[in-house]
Design a protein. Structure first.
Length: 369
């Protein structure tokens, strides 16, 4: 290959490398998230996590076959996706220059990749006009597809091998009743399935917007008892978040009946929200205590064994993989704990806006035994 020929092929090489890297990244993200947070309930709960990787792979194969068509599609879809993601971040109040620059390699780079494929298409058209014919060897004719498929396939296999021990060792005894859990230096009774134990459904507020079918935000839980008792707008809290004191005095758990099955109209003072430390110390492995502790600041717990989404603490067949705690991080955010306790399988002991709710963030009330 001459130097001139290499320069003419360079845009195609770069575009192919970029789209393969993008596909490998979304494969890594999608497969990892599917195993980490989507492995519950019916099989169709897992499929959405694979959609980004599948779309990228389809674009890859299309662009390698028809670079002009694939290039234009990548530009249009990449630009639209970037604009949508920026709009969503703006709605959440987190659209900053640093965030946009950090997100660009994930989405905006698709636009540049599409332009490079357009240049590749132009080069191929010129080459065909000069009488170029495809190689007779099947391997040489299809080597670009083999190169494109190999990285995402290896990523899929590697991530599956990483999560296999966690999933194969998950324990579900089927008991969704009230459970007495002896944790690492703490013993608590945890609420049964019902209003005191989130199933990942219910009203939710994200940046102040009600999203049916998601889950309760920290604010919704803490302000349940503020008149009018129940879910909905609370006079006096239109422009501010709930506090730890609100969670203690008007939180949903205080209105839970003794058996944990009914929300009452008056506070009962039997149940409460657990602290971050109590949740960490109650994390389980094979249905037994995982021996976890937390220093109050780190993103990961220090555990004797890797915690899992096991009973009696979690419901493996429901969507929540984090539990809100009673603790607030600051005026606008509150703490939550993942079933993994953080570490190699993903998730961190972290904090999110109090007005944020989604099917992954649940809660479970506790009381003294």
């Amino acid at each position: 290959m001459t130097r001139t020929e290499f320069k003419r092929r360079l845009p195609g090489y770069i575009a192919t490398g970029l789209i393969i890297l993008t596909t490998a990244f979304w494969t890594f993200w999608g497969v990892g998230e599917m195993y980490y947070e989507g492995w519950w309930g019916a099989w169709y709960n897992r499929l959405p996590y694979l959609v980004p990787a599948a779309v990228c792979l389809a674009f890859t194969l299309m662009a390698l076959t028809w670079p002009r068509l694939g290039g234009w599609l990548i530009i249009l879809i990449g630009g639209a996706f970037t604009a949508w993601r920026w709009w969503l971040q703006a709605c959440l109040g987190g659209l900053t220059l640093s965030w946009m620059l950090g997100w660009f390699p994930i989405s905006g780079l698709l636009v540049a990749t599409g332009v490079l494929f357009l240049l590749e298409g132009r080069y191929r058209r010129q080459r065909r006009a000069q009488g170029w014919a495809p190689p007779e060897s099947w391997l040489r004719r299809n080597r670009r597809y083999i190169v494109a498929l190999t990285p995402p396939l290896l990523v899929f296999i590697s991530v599956t091998a990483l999560f296999a021990p966690l999933l194969l060792n998950r324990v579900d005894d089927g008991d969704r009743g009230a459970r007495l859990i002896e944790g690492h230096g703490v013993t608590l009774a945890w609420a049964p399935a019902g209003p005191g134990w989130s199933e990942g459904i219910g009203p939710s507020r994200v940046a102040g917007r009600l999203l049916p079918g998601a889950n309760l935000s920290w604010n919704d839980i803490a302000l349940y008892g503020v008149p009018p008792v129940g879910f909905g707008d609370k006079p006096g809290y239109e422009d501010r978040d709930a506090t730890a004191k609100d969670m203690e005095t008007t939180g949903l758990c205080r209105y839970l009946s003794k058996d944990g099955m009914t929300l009452m109209t008056e506070p009962q003072g039997i149940w409460r929200m657990p602290t971050t430390d109590e949740i960490v110390r109650s994390l389980v492995w094979h249905g037994e205590n995982a021996g976890c502790t937390w220093d109050g600041e780190s993103r990961n717990a220090d555990c004797s064994r890797q915690p899992n989404k096991d009973t009696p603490l979690w419901a493996p067949d429901e969507s929540p993989i984090y539990y809100w705690s009673a603790d607030e991080y600051d005026e606008e955010e509150a703490w939550y704990v993942p079933y993994t306790g953080g570490g190699r399988y993903g998730g961190v002991i972290g904090h999110q806006p109090k007005n944020w709710g989604n099917p992954r963030h649940g809660y479970r009330c506790v009381r003294e035994p």
